[in-house]
Design a protein around this ligand. Structure first.
Ligand SMILES: NC(=O)c1ccc[n+]([C@@H]2O[C@H](COP(=O)([O-])OP(=O)(O)OC[C@H]3O[C@@H](n4cnc5c(N)ncnc54)[C@H](OP(=O)(O)O)[C@@H]3O)[C@@H](O)[C@H]2O)c1
Length: 294
């Protein structure tokens, strides 16, 4: 069973996590994580648990919350200075204030900067931090259970071996694909926001199951297992989605009745419009950061 890395059960999981089988490294490298929220927290925990990197972390909130295998610091300067890799996992709107306060320290220490911020281009970070090596990553919420799909793009100063290192780090948390930076707004909409859209559909299934009379626990199980089974079958069979639909929707059957209703309501076209709306928003956020940097 894949372990779930939610904060409350993580200490138990980490006790079992002995880093067995990991390559021994001569000198432990340090990854500094700025922002221990949903994404930064999950990345930090997984890297701490499944690699030999040491994690130093700083967050405005939860300053006193202890996390196993993660050293927290209140001193950002110390964190940046000690880190070979610096993970930025704050909200895009907090970036300017972070850079205003810490620009000089980053420029002096020059860690390899890994940004997971949606809508913030490599160029805009390179413009704010001249000469700094920047790698942009778009992971998703499933980093929590190491089932993310993460897209990675490298800035102009990054060496191949540094890109490989960051890809290896994110492969601890799921699948990793290299991407052109120009595709990042698309992946932000599809796979970054994707889990949110899937939960939206799951919520529809769930409330329908409740209307049909299932108890909450049962309804939740039916929906989650149906999505998981369908998704795994699609991955493992490699079949086209349209073929998979046909393999369930036999003529005159129940699935066909549902699919035909969805088609009449143009559900597929509307889902596509929703995804394009997310893409447009990602482009708008990216453009606003470019404007600010002018
Ligand atoms: N959530 C997703 O599914 C997802 C997927 C892909 C990429 N991303 C990207 O990942 C980034 C983080 O998202 P998230 O959902 O993890 O956000 P989050 O839960 O709000 O975490 C961000 C954390 O950073 C803290 N913070 C803000 N400014 C800081 C500073 N100067 N120094 C240290 N800590 C600071 C915040 O504290 P306060 O709350 O007190 O400000 C918060 O605890 C975003 O840029 C987002 O675009 C998110």
């Amino acid at each position: 069973m894949t372990p779930h890395f939610f904060c409350d059960i993580l200490p138990t999981v980490l006790e079992k996590c002995t880093n067995k089988g990991l390559k021994k490294v001569k000198k432990q490298k340090i990854i500094g994580v700025i922002g221990l929220g949903t994404m930064g927290g999950a990345c930090a925990k997984n890297i701490a648990c499944f690699s030999s990197y040491k994690i130093l972390a700083y967050d405005k909130k939860n300053k006193n919350k202890q996390l196993p295998k993660i050293s927290k610091t209140k001193n950002v300067k110390e964190l940046i200075t000690k880190s070979q890799l610096l993970f930025l996992a704050i909200k895009p709107q907090d970036l300017d204030s972070f850079l205003r306060k810490n620009r000089d320290i980053v420029l002096t220490a020059k860690p390899l900067l890994v940004s997971i911020l949606a809508g913030v281009s490599i160029k805009s970070i390179e413009a704010a931090l001249p000469g700094v090596k920047v790698i942009r990553v778009m992971p998703n919420l499933a980093v929590q259970i190491r089932e993310s799909i993460s897209f990675v793009a490298a800035g102009k100063f990054v060496k191949q071996k540094e890109l490989k290192e960051v890809k290896n780090i994110f492969s601890l948390m799921g699948e990793v694909l290299e991407s052109k930076e120009e595709n990042m707004d698309k992946t932000t909409a599809l796979s970054g926001s994707g889990p949110g859209f899937i939960y939206y559909f799951m919520e529809s299934f769930y409330s329908t199951a409740i209307q049909m009379g299932f108890k909450k626990q049962e309804a939740r199980r039916i929906v989650a297992q149906t999505f998981q089974g369908a998704s795994r079958l699609a991955l493992e069979s490699g079949q086209d989605f349209s073929k998979l639909v046909k393999s369930v929707a036999s003529r005159g059957g129940t699935t066909e009745a549902g699919v035909s209703f969805f088609n009449k309501k143009q559900l597929s076209e509307n889902i596509s419009k929703g995804l394009f709306a997310a893409y447009e928003k990602a482009k708008k956020i990216s453009a606003s950061f470019k404007e600010e940097k002018k």
